[in-house]
Design a protein around this ligand. Structure first.
Ligand SMILES: O=C(O)CCC(=O)C(=O)O
Ligand SMILES: [Fe+2]
Length: 181
């Protein structure tokens, strides 16, 4: 919550909006084990995706490189630093910040000789609320880029698709003035 409140403050989003969304939020944990692969160029550990939730806190457990983020169209490795957490922005933060904090596309590659372990915690809003771009960010010059929807419908949509880059966000985007009414 501390990280989220600092983000809200930086963007001048009312703290109450984040409190309402995230304070009773859901935290999920995922553990990833990537066995060594003799031909790593033919395999992928985890397909390119952006995380569904608000914030992800990730620990690369055993100092084997594997996580890559997409920056300017290129895959950039994230060096594991012992004891350091990686904070990733998920799709829901992109939606509530109306695109100011874009979610990060990332993937995990495998190593030819070493196994790799990571633990991720995903922090998301409570399931029985609605979410959309924070009202305080919306002005006539900066209209909503995303639809407001229930958190439950958002996750239903997310889990009914194959993870494929950031494609799900495009479905939720307000297309243009005419279509958005
Ligand atoms: O193993 C990693 O470093 C990435 C894990 C990940 O992106 C995820 O669990 O969503
Ligand atoms: Fe991820």
């Amino acid at each position: 919550m501390t990280i989220l409140y600092q983000m809200a403050k930086a963007l001048r989003i009312e703290a109450d909006y984040f409190k309402e969304l995230f304070e009773e939020g859901r935290q999920a944990i995922g553990m990833n084990y990537y066995p060594p692969c003799p031909q790593p160029e033919l395999a992928i550990g985890l397909n390119p995706h952006s995380d569904a939730g608000g914030l992800t806190i990730l620990l690369q457990l055993n100092e084997v490189e594997g996580l890559q983020i997409k920056k300017n169209g290129m895959w950039v490795p994230v060096q594991p630093i012992p004891g350091a957490f990686i904070i990733n922005i998920g799709n829901i933060l992109e939606i509530v910040t109306n695109g100011i904090y874009p979610s990060i596309e990332h993937r995990a590659v495998v190593n030819s000789v070493k196994e790799r372990l990571s633990i991720a915690t995903f922090y998301s809003p409570k399931i029985d609320g609605n979410m959309g771009p924070a009202p305080s960010l919306l002005t006539p010059e900066t209209p909503a880029s995303f639809k407001t929807m229930s958190v439950a419908d958002y996750f239903k949509g997310f889990f009914s698709r194959q993870p494929q880059g950031k494609s799900y966000l495009d479905v939720l985007r307000v297309q243009n003035e005419n279509e958005s009414g």
